[in-house]
Structures are given as structure tokens and as C-alpha cells.
Design a protein around this ligand. Structure first.
Ligand code: GLU
Length: 423
């Protein structure tokens, strides 16, 4: 796996923002106004560990922009998380939410921790401790966290409960991605991967008349990767390769995503799936000659180091930031690869969060079926809106699909800031 520091993720986001600002004809002043987060909170979280000693963890919540509404974005628990990474991801949430037409600004949280090394009790204390550090700044109309890498509905439940203990407000809408019994939507679990599959299907319709029979490779078999593979398979695509952090598998006739998932759950990795023709590395998976490549693992996996070897015709970004700005421009403009950018392709998670938040505020009557239809419709509309803007307002020979998505999003945020007197 190509490792790039989190400082670079922030630089990448700044580069992409600069392209969008230039494209829209805004001046340096606008770039400076959008570049920095409105607030970054750093917290120290002491946790008494199983050996009786107190261990200190560091976490951040970055609130990037609130022009369109309360900050919204997940919280990740990851051993490599840094403040700069959290800032970059919060900026990405501003554009993602604006592009999806949600009434939210952008935020993101992160704690530097390996959650797999904690006992459930330690994990609960860490989750509660993080909320104790940031509770003043969050709330149903202020900043609404959600799951991200290595966080889940149970963690959201602890966080909601801690918020209640401190403030006395039993607000279900202060956090999303909760268990169903606490106001969550079961559809949240499939939302990111399903949304990515829908956006890839829509682009496939525009390019080839449909996704049926098209080959797909998926890098990363967590929530986003597995459900993207599952739904693309159900839509009639042939999933020829999947991988996780331990390696990948390939089968020219196609893999059954559910069978592979079962093996991963039982044995710990997709590589133990026996019906595969061969094992491959993550690097090889990215370079396969497939119709659709879905990077669903981590950031910066397609960079200037490997971009010349990429053969996929469409890349649907289920992860946040898997393709660097330089590789995006090279692949889109030189090799004519269609790259469906993260802020469009993986917006399914936050779109479902919005449905959950609305449902909580209304006292809850949206059914799972309605939620899924609302999500699918929004993903279809958003994909076509970006495509149309790209082809009608911009020149696809000079601008990437990411440029189109960012331009649309930045324009909305700038308009809101101007109306509020912030620009
Ligand atoms: N963590 C997800 C993302 O990166 C979802 C955020 C949310 O639901 O607020 O988009």
C-alpha cells in the first residue's frame, strides 16, 4: 500500500479547492476564506486501562464551514489520525454536503487510537471521554457527528448517552448512525456502498447503456467496499476482484460478494476464499484491466507512482481521497478515465444520516423502504447533475469530473457565505 502522510491529504484538498476557485473565477480572498476551518478543538482523553494505569489519547473535531447549516461529518478512531487529516476530511465534508444539497456545513472528528487493541470497556470510556471534550460544540443544530473509519452504531449510542448525561438533553438528532432502537436507520449500514454502486450504475448507463456484464474490482472489503460489491453484483456487474489489507483475490468469471464476506467474517480476510482463481496484491488489483474500479479502503492509493499503470475505464471513489489531484488530472484528461469523485460517489452515508436526523426531529415515521428509495433517488439526481454541469458548463477535455463536483459545491457555499455577509 502506498503510504502518504496526512499533511499531504490537506495539501491535496487545498489543490483541489484552488482549481475550483480558479474555475469559478473567484479571487484569492475567496480561496483564503474557504481554506481554513472555522474551529478545531483538540482534546486530551485519559482512559483508565485494564492494568489500572491511565493512558492518554488525543482527539480532534474540526468544524470547517457552517454557511449552509450545522457542521456534519463522522468521527474516526485510527492509529494514524492527525489533526491535519481531520481538517482535510472536514473540508471534504463541506463540499460533500453542499453537493448533495443537504442543509449542513462540514465537520470531522478523529481520535488517534488503535481501537482493535482496546477492550469494549476501554472503548466505551474513550468514546464517552471524547464527547466530554467536545460536548459544548456539538448538538442537533450545531454539529452532528456520525461513524467513520473504525467507529460504529454502538459507539454512537455511547456518545449520545454521554451527551445526555452531561447536558440533560436526550437528543436523538445530535448524532447519526445510531442503532435502530435509538433512532437509527438500518439502511445506514448499506448506504455508502449502495450509493457508490448507484452512482457507478448511472455513469455506466451514460457511457455504455448499462452496468450489466461490466467487470468490477473493489479495493477494501469493509462496509463501503463490501456493499458496493454486493449491489454492483446484484445490478448485473461481474465482480472479478476484491481485496482487504491482507491482499486480494481474482476470478475472471466473477466472485459472489456474500460468499466472500462470509469467509472474511469467519477467517479474517478475503484471501482465504477458496473458489478464487488466484491471489493478487492490492497494487495488482488497482492495475487490473476492468470496466469499473472501486477504491474503498483509504486515501491516496492512486498517485503519480502508479497512475500510468491504471487500466480501469471508470473509477468510483468509495473511500475519501483515494486518487491524488495529480493522478486525477492525468487519468481524466490524458487517459480519459471517468473518475466519479468521493464527494459524489460516497455521499450515500451522509445522505442517509440526513434522513435519520430528519426522522429523529420529526419523532420518527420514515420507513426503511422509504429511506432507501430517498437515498437512491438522491444519488441518481446528484450523479446526473454533476455530469450535466460538467458537459454543459465546463469542457470535459480540460476539466475533470471532480472539478465539476467541487465547482458546484464551492459555488453553493460561496453563495451562502455572501448572503450571510461572510464574504
Ligand atoms: N463518515 C461519513 C463520510 O465521510 C458519513 C458522515 C455522516 O454521516 O455524517 O461521509
Amino acid at each position: 500500500m502506498v503510504e502518504v502522510s496526512s499533511r499531504e491529504l490537506l495539501l491535496e484538498q487545498e489543490k483541489i479547492l484552488k482549481r475550483a476557485v480558479d474555475l469559478l473565477g473567484y479571487d484569492e480572498n475567496v480561496y483564503e476564506a474557504l481554506r481554513y476551518p472555522e474551529r478545531v478543538i483538540q482534546v486530551k482523553i485519559p482512559v483508565r486501562m485494564r492494568d489500572g494505569k491511565v493512558k492518554v489519547f488525543i482527539g480532534w473535531r474540526s468544524e470547517h464551514n457552517s454557511a449552509l447549516g450545522p457542521y456534519k461529518g463522522g468521527i474516526r478512531f485510527h492509529p494514524a489520525t492527525t489533526m491535519e487529516e481531520v481538517i482535510a476530511l472536514s473540508m471534504m465534508m463541506t463540499w460533500k454536503n453542499a453537493l448533495a444539497g443537504l442543509p449542513y456545513g462540514g465537520g470531522k472528528g478523529g481520535v488517534r487510537v488503535d481501537p482493535h487493541a482496546l477492550t469494549p470497556y476501554e472503548l466505551e470510556q474513550l468514546s464517552r471521554g471524547f464527547i466530554r471534550g467536545i460536548y459544548k460544540y456539538i448538538g442537533v443544530d450545531k454539529d452532528i457527528p456520525a461513524p467513520d473509519v473504525y467507529t460504529n452504531p454502538q459507539i454512537m449510542a455511547w456518545m449520545m448517552d454521554e451527551y445526555y448525561r452531561i447536558t440533560g438533553e436526550n437528543q436523538f438528532g445530535m448524532i447519526t448512525g445510531k442503532p435502530k432502537i435509538l433512532g437509527g436507520m438500518e439502511t445506514r449500514i448499506i448506504a455508502t456502498g449502495f450509493g457508490t454502486a448507484v452512482s457507478a450504475r448511472e455513469v455506466a448507463k451514460l457511457l455504455w447503456g448499462g452496468i450489466e456484464g461490466k467487470t468490477v474490482a473493489v479495493q477494501g472489503y469493509g462496509n463501503a467496499g463490501y456493499y458496493a460489491a454486493k449491489f454492483l453484483h446484484e445490478m448485473g456487474a461481474i465482480v472479478v476482484a476484491v481485496s482487504d489489507s491482507r491482499g486480494g483475490i481474482y476470478n475472471s468469471k466473477g466472485l459472489d460478494p456474500d460468499e466472500v464476506k462470509k469467509v472474511k467474517s469467519e477467517k479474517g480476510s478475503v484471501i482465504y476464499y477458496e473458489k478464487a482463481e488466484k491471489k493478487i496484491t492490492n497494487e495488482q488489483l488497482l492495475e487490473l484491466d476492468v470496466d469499473v474500479l472501486v477504491p474503498a479502503a483509504i486515501e491516496n492509493v492512486i498517485t503519480k507512482e502508479n497512475m500510468e499503470r491504471i487500466k480501469a475505464k471508470v473509477i468510483a471513489e468509495a473511500a475519501n481521497g483515494p486518487v491524488t489531484a495529480e493522478a486525477d488530472v492525468y487519468l481524466s484528461l490524458q487517459k480519459k478515465v471517468i473518475i466519479i469523485p468521493d464527494i459524489l460517489a460516497n455521499a450515500g452515508g451522509v445522505i442517509m444520516s440526513h434522513i435519520e436526523w430528519m426522522n429523529n426531529r420529526m419523532g420518527g415515521f420514515i420507513t426503511e423502504e422509504q429511506a432507501r428509495t430517498m437515498l437512491e433517488n438522491k444519488m441518481v439526481q446528484n450523479t446526473h447533475a454533476v455530469w450535466e454541469f460538467w458537459h454543459k458548463e465546463l469542457d470535459p477535455a480540460k476539466h475533470t469530473m471532480r472539478d465539476a463536483a467541487y465547482a458546484l459545491a464551492v459555488k453553493r457555499v460561496v453563495e451562502a457565505m455572501k448572503l450571510r455577509g461572510l464574504l
